[in-house]
Design a binder for this molecule. Structure first.
Ligand code: MG
Length: 375
């Protein structure tokens, strides 16, 4: 790693772990965090969780796992160029979606509605719960005992009520402070990754078309140039080339704009990062272009009737499961049969499910006809 900037998170200025541990040998503290995340059960379950398309709809669509890997690739590129802590940005990126329910946002919305009278459900907070409490892998502590800065980066947003319960970690939300630049990077990398891969997956699924995308300036300008330069290029390659170039344009824009912001703010320490306005940003022009793309995807892909049908089915599955477990805790696997806060235990159980596990669990409990599902 290059020498890090004075305002990067480093092992000299980091705030350590909840449970003190000996320093790792042969790797850094944030590399150890990344390694613990990759070896967690929650990380492996991301392979079978929906990003936009439900896992069984096709083998080439993004899942939460491939999404997280793409986010980490983009985050690392930006962190390295800005002389920030690449290992921390990578760890945050790989962990950022660990708390996601099955069935993407439809699942999260349904579980949040079920949990309305029990403190709500927020995937961000759940990601933190996974790394702080739910993973059971180590003898000496619950969770993964990650560094403060990794946990703070995972907790992207948080209500004041929840922040007040989180102690040290919640302070920045109550005091209106910023997260580290590495956390800001992971956040923007998430956006760059999903906007681009959703265009790719949307086109592959046939729910959106290249023709319709001509109204989106960010896509149109690259597509047009590629078609001029390579008039006979097959459509799939036009798409891949367009997306490749869009990612590059967005990443380059973020690096350039953020460098300017950091220079203008004359940052000289990590403490200043927390007090300063956000530094990681798109230029004003790119922000608009990116917003237009998001809007297009929202209208044409996320609200497409075929996606809505799957979302509606997902909502029913989550709601049915929640209600039946709240009604009769004896149906829960023993480790989720707790004496207090049944709702939270049910939410933990459901949130941890993969898409297909949730579908099968629903069938195991509700199907009245004989179905070939093993227990
Ligand atoms: Mg994400």
């Amino acid at each position: 790693m290059n020498k890090l900037a004075a305002y990067a998170v480093t092992e000299a200025n980091f705030r350590g772990r909840k449970v003190a541990e000996a320093a790792p040998q042969g790797r850094g503290e944030f590399q150890r965090d990344r390694d613990r995340i990759i070896h967690s059960g929650a990380f492996r379950r991301l392979e079978y969780k929906t990003q936009v398309f439900v896992n069984h709809e096709g083998d080439l669509f993004r899942t939460r796992l491939t999404h997280s890997i793409e986010v980490s690739q983009i985050a690392r590129s930006i962190a390295r160029r800005l002389n920030l802590n690449e290992d921390l940005a990578e760890a945050i990126a790989l962990a950022h979606d660990l708390g996601h329910t099955p069935f993407g946002h439809a699942g999260q919305d349904a579980l949040n509605a079920c949990m309305k009278s029990y403190g709500g459900f927020e995937h961000n907070l759940q990601s933190l719960r996974v790394v702080d409490q739910l993973e059971e892998r180590y003898a000496a502590f619950d969770g993964l005992n990650l560094c403060f800065e990794t946990r703070a980066g995972i907790l992207k947003h948080c209500s004041a009520d929840n922040a007040a319960k989180l102690g040290e970690l919640g302070e920045r939300f109550l005091q209106n402070k910023r997260p580290s630049l590495e956390a800001q990077i992971a956040n923007l990398a998430d956006e760059i990754a999903y906007n681009n891969h959703d265009v790719d997956d949307g086109l592959r699924s046939g729910l959106i078309t290249l023709d319709a995308l001509r109204d989106v300036p960010l896509v149109a300008q690259h597509l047009q140039q590629i078609q001029q330069q390579y008039p006979n290029l097959p459509a799939r390659r036009q798409i891949h080339e367009t997306i490749r170039q869009m990612i590059n344009t967005l990443v380059s824009d973020v690096i350039k704009t953020s460098e300017q912001n950091i220079r203008a703010a004359q940052l000289s320490s990590l403490a200043e990062v927390y007090d300063a306005p956000p530094m990681l940003a798109f230029s004003a022009a790119m922000f608009e272009q990116q917003r237009a793309l998001k809007k297009f995807l929202h209208t044409n892909l996320y609200r497409h009737y075929k996606v809505m049908r799957m979302s509606s089915k997902a909502q029913r599955i989550i709601t049915d499961l929640f209600e039946v477990f709240m009604d009769d805790a004896r149906l829960l696997p023993p480790q989720f049969q707790v004496a207090t806060d049944r709702a939270r235990a049910v939410a933990d159980y459901i949130a941890g499910m993969t898409d297909r596990y949730a579908i099968r669990e629903h069938r195991r409990i509700f199907a009245v006809e004989e179905v070939p599902v093993s227990l």
